[in-house]
Design a protein around this ligand. Structure first.
Ligand code: GAL
Length: 434
């Protein structure tokens, strides 16, 4: 017999095929997920102490109360040698209480527990994965108290699980693209013909198997696809999980931020309640990102309505970055439960250039219009002006303006201009007419 959650999903899809993977409580998964993930901070070097320290820091820094409630373990949490009696076994040296014991502690802090697997034969780091074991793994995750699953896309073998066609995406180093993003190189297997429905693909099958296995459990668990923008996931991700990675991995450097921003600027039509392009985990606090680069990165991830998963050692995060992650206006925009659409570029003056993404963005919200103006120049400050009549939903005249970075009321303005430092972003809220 079908579980109540499967019936609910079918009901929701029949009622409205565009609706996403709606959870039975009618709320969880509607908005971008907020939380922490272990990968960017620790890669495979994870253990219970580190995860609990991150959870405690979410509480201590007020991040939980600001909405960051998911504590997600990424790759490398299990025994590497293989399944035991058909089950993935947690590494009991690193996780002495098992994942269930850790999940109890995390839940005791009023946080949610996330875990990681792969829709392939091994995870990206070579640990046992879920292809062919979806029901077993979903059952284990449910019994351990898991609330969220990140499902990755590595090691898809044997060959009968690879796709018939290649999806042509900008973010593939093995395919040449012209400046306007057209594929120029035919590979074996061939590029998908125009109009090909990726719901016929093995990729779709691999990810929807896990969707169905999770839906068959009594516990509600969110599914987040780590599919790197492949297989035209923008078309079908919404009926499969609550979010889907739209690019390859981020790194703690500026070119990675602008590369993802550039790709996502072309892909934002698929973003709304219940379904979000995942621009990858945050690098706030990592690498050599400058103050300006860090706040531009956070502002755009929030504005694009990406999940916001902190990816740093939270016990070592500066107060400036804690305050950035709690920025009231950016979080409120990201988590607006009346306006589902993301901010988008409003001047169509950019191309497929990973170093030079769109500079002028806006999006409507309950608070008014969020406007971001990025300076991508590597060496020169730029003068930027927000002209109301250029911004969708606004017209000539005067509006109340608030500076998103300082919260300062800028008064009643006919336009807004600012000197924007290298790699910085001017961020304002344009409120009521005045
Ligand atoms: C990658 C994924 C990363 C991380 C890593 C773990 O495929 O994009 O976010 O999960 O695998 O091995």
């Amino acid at each position: 017999m079908m579980s109540p959650s499967s019936l609910f999903l079918i009901f929701a899809l029949v009622l409205n095929p565009a609706v996403g993977y709606v959870m039975p409580d009618g709320h969880t998964g509607k908005l971008p997920s907020l939380g922490w993930n272990s990968w960017n901070a620790y890669h495979c070097d994870i253990d219970e102490d580190k995860v609990l320290a991150a959870a405690q820091a979410l509480v201590d820094h007020g991040l939980r109360d600001a909405g960051y409630t998911y504590v997600n373990i990424d790759d490398c949490w299990s025994e590497k040698t293989g399944r035991v009696n058909g089950h993935i076994m947690p590494n009991m040296t690193r996780f002495p209480d098992g994942i269930n014991g850790l999940a109890d502690k995390v839940h005791g802090m009023n946080l949610n527990m996330g875990i990681y697997s792969t829709a392939g034969n091994a995870t990206c780091a070579g640990y046992p994965a879920s292809l062919g074991y979806e029901d077993v793994d979903a059952g284990d995750f449910a019994s351990w108290g898991i609330d969220y699953l990140k499902l990755d896309n590595c090691n898809v073998y044997p060959l009968n699980w690879t796709d018939q066609f290649i999806y042509c995406t900008q973010d593939r180093s093995d395919i040449n693209l012209t400046a306007n993003g057209t594929c120029t190189q035919q590979l074996d297997p061939d590029l998908a013909p125009a109009g090909y429905d990726w719901r016929s693909s093995n990729t779709y099958e691999r990810f929807t198997r896990m969707r169905d296995a999770l839906a068959a459990q009594k516990r509600e668990m969110l599914l987040s696809l780590c599919i790197w923008g492949y297989a035209d996931v923008y078309d079908w991700g919404n009926e499969t999980g609550i979010s889907w990675r739209m690019s390859g991995d981020i790194g703690p450097y500026w070119n990675a931020v602008t590369r993802i921003l550039n790709i996502n600027s072309f892909k934002l039509n698929s973003v709304n309640f219940w379904g979000h392009n995942d621009a990858d985990m945050l690098e706030v606090g990592n690498g050599n990102l400058t103050f300006e680069e860090t706040r531009s990165h956070f502002a755009f991830w929030a504005a694009m309505k990406s999940p916001l998963l902190i990816g740093t050692d939270l016990t070592n995060l500066s107060q400036t970055n804690i305050d950035l992650l709690k920025n009231h206006y950016l979080l409120a925009f990201n988590q607006d439960d009346v306006y589902g659409a993301p901010a988008t570029p409003y001047k169509w003056d950019w191309t497929w250039d990973p170093y030079s993404p769109a500079e002028y963005w806006s999006g409507a919200s309950q608070m008014g219009h969020l406007v971001l103006m990025l300076n991508p120049s590597n060496d020169t400050a730029q003068h930027k002006e927000a002209v109301w009549s250029e911004i969708p939903g606004l017209c000539d005249g005067s509006y109340e303006v608030t500076d998103v970075w300082t919260g300062q009321d800028m008064g009643c303005l006919q336009s807004y201009s600012a000197e924007v430092a290298v790699h910085d972003t001017a961020a304002i809220l344009v409120g009521k007419r005045c």
